[in-house]
Ligand binder design. Sequence first.
Ligand code: ZN
Length: 499
Amino acid sequence: MPDSYVQLVLLLKRAHVLGTVSGLLGWDEQVFLPADSADLRAEQLALLAELDHEASAHPEIGRLLTELEQPAIQGGLDAAAQVVVRAARRDYDRVTKLPAAFVAEKARLCSAAYHAWADARTRSDFAAYAPFLEQHLALTRREATYLGWGERPYDYAIDQHDPGMDAARIGALFAELKQGLLPLVQQIAASPVRANPALLRGFPLAQQEVFLREVTAGLGFNYRRGRIDVSLHPFCSGSGEDIRMTTRFDPDSPLDSLFGSIHETGHGLYEQGLPLEHQGTPLGENAGMAVHESQSRLWENQVARGRAFWRHFEPRFRALFPGPLAGVSSEELYLAVNAVEPTLIRVESDEIHYNLHILLRFDIERRLFSGELAVADLPAAWNSLSQELLGLTPANDREGVLQDVHWSGGAFGYFPSYCLGNMMAAQLWTQVRSEHPALEEDFARGDFSRLLGWLRTRIHAQGRRLDARALVREVTGTELSPQPLLAYLRERYLPLYAK
Ligand code: ZN
């Protein structure tokens, strides 16, 4: 390998390590930081952001990339090194093509808009938040221009989270999904069968923690290279050798905590499975948000909402909670695990309606960027789409357009990843079961290693070698499609509800 490549990797790793320090401080801020210590933490994070930017935008990285991109040299690199050079170029352009004044302006806006959003949400007052959204849209357009996407700002926003995706492709996938989803939702709504999650009350928190640790360790999460703690909003951070997950507990919603933790475990398993020997280079990084969500959702939904999973874990669940589960039959428990009920709030949604929440947000974002929809008209557009897709109209903006934090951070184009991840999860699930037809018999014995091993080789070990679409094509031999998701949802839910 040429010396310039070795030098490049050293500089990339240095920037990566700095990033992990920021990540750790950010995790601590949400998990352990004492209430009156926030000012020092803000200074620490600001300083690290500056150092991180210096390291990522180091002119030497640019010089080495230019050298390595010369055809005579590039042709001599092996396939892995070519991936690193290509991805490092993309990252380097992102951090160096934005003027420092712009970056500072965006950071200020993110902070101000977050507080404006939180405040507007409390008072359910969209008008107070609207000017911040206008500014964010304008900044995203400018950012797209700096990076050469001037005519396609929404595609730029999408590409940031999911390289290789764009609004036209997503629009076609979502239209096909909607066509299959709405009849399924209607069929379930017409069913006399109703889940009753309210049956599950009074689950002591200490035992909940014991159970979720047993489950997540059983799925394969390595607690010697990660941990789980409590935070207000669950998340998973860190990568490779040190994964930090969080959850929250409620005695009357044990399944929320359990499935939230399994979801974060799916993210954690992906990060733990990225090749350690490539840590700090693009080959040791995840392949984007849709792929990440495919991993969290596959464990949360395809695996942990299935009969085989519960065949193994139900006896232990009952042993830990004999009182609260005394009057609950196995079938009632399984139905509560697979409750389907439209809700106005995305994060409270079941896995079927969840997709409709995303279709709504994608439609709105696309129209905001095309100019068809003005920010002032957002609440009305949201409410009418909500009625059309979910059959529910928000009583106020708090349970409508103000429910999500994403836009306050300028994160447009992020929502579609959740639904693309659902599609990809189902497609991977179809594939792994076709290769291992007895996979669920493993689960019923509490053995998840064959699935994890398959994901390790096919997905995790690939790092950023392929984008989501190319990865799906390589692993399943077919293009990303909503049909496996629709087939999986019918297979899981119709036997329960279409009675
Ligand atoms: Zn997630």
